[in-house]
Design a protein around this ligand. Structure first.
Ligand code: MN
Length: 234
């Protein structure tokens, strides 16, 4: 036991990194909403890049879940959805950076799943309430091994998710409404970005429900794979 804390502090959320012995300590989890036009449409919205800026939500770092995990179907929902996403890993601090400066903050990338209690998200949205119950479910921020690509901008490449081997989401990173540098620059207007911050860049169309027993497998070109198995509610 410790002399400093009343009880042992929770473990540091962290991720494995390809080719690196040390684990990457994770700081905050940021998520972009509606960053593929076709997904915005399936949610009932049009995206007007000229007239809007991106919007964000967050999840608690304790929601971070490693690829390959078996997780229980979460409480409070009857419509738990998959959202396959490219995750940007921030490796250097930055505040109010320009689009041109933004790539220097990039440590690398990973595959991510922004798991969502869609029924709770919609109920909150329709009442003008926060999305937290819909988005910040336990085990709802699934991230793969990190691929170190310091300073590199991923601007194209296939992104795909299958459930039980059947493809549900398939798109290309070139369809991102706001690019990776644009997102980093915009988010840095509101936060002092720090090493270990993760930015989920939004999901393409084809989101849908999962049920207990489903096996999810996703990939982003050049970044390897992500997997998740949904178990019964506990
Ligand atoms: Mn999402």
């Amino acid at each position: 036991m410790t002399d400093t804390y009343l009880w042992p502090p929770p473990p540091v959320p962290s991720l494995p990194v390809r080719g690196v012995v040390q684990r990457l300590p994770v700081n905050r989890l940021f998520f972009v909403g509606r960053n593929y036009a076709a997904h915005a449409r399936e949610m009932g919205f049009a995206v007007d890049k000229a007239g809007e800026t991106p919007f964000y939500f967050t999840k608690s770092p304790q929601a971070l879940t490693p690829s390959g995990a078996h997780v229980p179907y979460p409480p409070g929902t009857h419509n738990y959805h998959h959202e396959m996403e490219l995750v940007v890993v921030i490796g250097r601090p930055g505040f109010q950076v320009s689009v041109e400066e933004a790539p220097a903050l990039i440590y690398g990338y990973a595959c991510g799943l922004d798991m969502t209690r869609r029924d709770l998200q919609f109920a909150a949205r329709d009442k003008g309430r926060p999305w937290d119950l819909g988005k910040d479910a336990e085990h709802a921020a699934v991230v793969s091994e990190v691929m170190p690509m310091p300073g590199q901008v991923l601007a194209s490449g296939a992104i795909e998710l299958a459930v039980n081997g059947q493809v549900r989401q398939r798109a290309d990173l070139s369809q991102l409404v706001w690019s990776v540098p644009e997102l980093i620059a915009d988010l840095s207007r509101f936060y002092h970005l720090a090493a270990g911050d993760l930015l989920f860049t939004g999901t393409p169309e084809g989101v849908g429900p999962v049920v207990a027993g489903d096996v999810l497998s996703g990939r982003v070109a050049g970044l390897g794979e992500i997997a998740l198995t949904i178990g019964p509610a506990t």
